[in-house]
Design a protein around this ligand. Sequence first.
Ligand code: KG4
Ligand code: ZN
Length: 337
Amino acid sequence: MLFLALESSCDETAAAVFTDQPRVLSSVVASQTDLHTRFGGVVPEVAARAHLRQLLPVVDEALRQAQVSLRDIGCIAVHHQPGLIGALLISVSAAKMFGVALGVPVVAVNHIAAHIYACQLSAGRPIYPCVGLVVSGGHTALFHCPTPLDLRLLGATRDDAAGEAFDKTAKLLGLGFPGGPRIERAAATGNPHAYRFPRSMLEPADDLDFSFSGLKTAVLYTLHGQNRTTPAELPTGQALADLAASFQQAVVDVLVEKCRRALVQTGERRLAVGGGVSANRALRDGLTAMTQALGVELFIPPLPLCTDNAAMAALAVEQYRAGLFAPPDLDAIAVLG
Ligand code: KG4
Ligand code: ZN
């Protein structure tokens, strides 16, 4: 049987076709980065309108690449939470209408659970039970995942998400949007120990929550001083590289340490990581070293499955098998449920 999946939770419009194995036949993503760059961040209404324009062409392209037609589809999957509400509403409305028009069921998929499931999809073998880390522009959270459909929250950010900290700090450093890849590039020639930025929430030793807003403020004070009213000049050259590398190292140290704690506390032997920040090489290297020291398996999907996409909604196959279908009054939900 074939599934058609839709994703429009933030600033990527995506559709995918997969079988009930699941095997992904196509995965199409239309990024809106260019639309949001001039605002220095994602503007919710701009995102929703772009989804409205792009969704059906993206679905068309996913069907074309999979070499199937709408009549071949037996189930619709849609990420219905969490995300920007206006953005989510576009794909949730479309999914319901596809369901009615084709006379097939709809499965509502949790986008965060799907980020972790992307690890199983790319590994091609079971990864559960595991600890899951989701690090994106909107989320930073750790879960104990006994099964693909059972996510137990262990800890989450109290303020900024890790990706948000990258984006805001990049803005402070004059690097523009999106911040993550730009900071990573600037950090390549920098000394990660040049500045001692705070590693927050490491006390008490069993704490699994995160806080990244203080780190951004520490970079701001380093740049401008605490009492200056006029901004200092933007850093360049080695100073910029050192600031970027020191900031990145502070984020990586906290993420790696919290994952280590979660693995020790749960006793699980697998760590699954998803979300845009997992593209970061320093984070991948830090997690690799930590999991090797613990003798734990690490799963990080290739980039197209780390960032937002509809293929990871193949989690819907598990829900379909369990008879978990969406009701006709399915709603979009902004927060992680
Ligand atoms: O998962 P994602 O594509 O979208 C959502 O936020 O849902 O993640 C985007 C976030 C942005 O904050 C971006 O700056 C960050 O992931 N990011 C990175 C890197 N690539 C993307 N952060 C650090 N290093 C990177 N290489
Ligand atoms: Zn996401």
